[in-house]
Ligand binder design. Structure first.
Ligand code: SF4
Length: 226
């Protein structure tokens, strides 16, 4: 299993490595490499997105930073005590996550924000290493169906036993609790598929459950819609 130090040099997906080479030529000031997870190394909450955005994480090198997708995420994290600031501007803005870590299912920028299935599966080993390092009782928030499936695949869980549904949470056999939300992308927020109250409700559920870990663990294996 490769560690985080080698993720940053990974070029195992030829299409994505080529694309990043092109982006680096066009934007020499961009990060344009695999984007590492950001935040607390022993989090109570791990957030899993899809992949870096062209002018967001791919530019700044910090997940969900510098583009529209991070606006509602960091504002909500700050409101619920998981972030020291409500805006994540760039990797040197001094923002700290508190008991929280953010990662992506796919570490490299994909063309048109669409990773191929083989790329999602190839990158899954890095997510697996991040997930197995979490303490039992940690909440994992999947932003979108691909993140949800990537978490399940990394933990060797049967996908059909844990269906993605916004607002649902699934207690996984290894003691992690998986929460689902629509992705906080520009498209989803502008079309109102995901509203701020909907997103906040997911965080309210997570904060409530994190304060009652014993009760939550007693429902192990069940799926809940809240
Ligand atoms: S997407 Fe993941 S596996 Fe593919 S090149 Fe990037 S870091 Fe490596």
């Amino acid at each position: 299993m490769r560690g985080p130090a080698s993720v940053i040099d990974c070029r195992d997906c030829p299409r994505l490595a080529r694309f990043l080479d092109e982006v680096r030529c066009e934007h020499p000031d961009y990060h344009a490499r695999p984007v590492l997870p950001f935040g607390d190394v022993r989090p109570r909450l791990l957030i899993v997105g899809l992949a870096p955005g062209m002018h967001g994480a791919n530019r700044t090198g910090r997940p969900f930073t510098g583009d529209h997708a991070g606006i509602i995420l960091y504002r909500t994290l700050h409101r619920y005590g998981f972030s020291s600031a409500a805006q994540s501007v760039d990797a040197k803005d001094g923002l700290k996550l508190i008991g929280c870590r953010i990662t992506n299912a796919v570490k490299c920028l994909p063309p048109q924000n669409k990773p191929e299935t083989a790329e999602i599966r190839r990158c899954n080993r890095y997510l697996e290493a991040e997930l197995v390092a979490l303490a039992p009782g940690t909440a994992v928030l999947a932003l979108g169906g691909i993140a949800h499936q990537s978490v399940l695949r990394a933990l060797d869980c049967k996908l059909s036993d844990y269906k993605f549904k916004h607002g649902a949470h699934h207690d996984l056999p290894n003691g992690l609790a998986l929460y689902d939300s629509y992705h906080c992308s520009r498209y989803n927020t502008q079309t109102k598929r995901l509203t701020e109250p909907m997103f906040e409700q997911v965080f309210k559920d997570i904060v409530r459950d994190l304060s009652q870990p014993a009760q939550r663990r007693s429902k192990s294996g069940a799926a809940h819609s809240t």
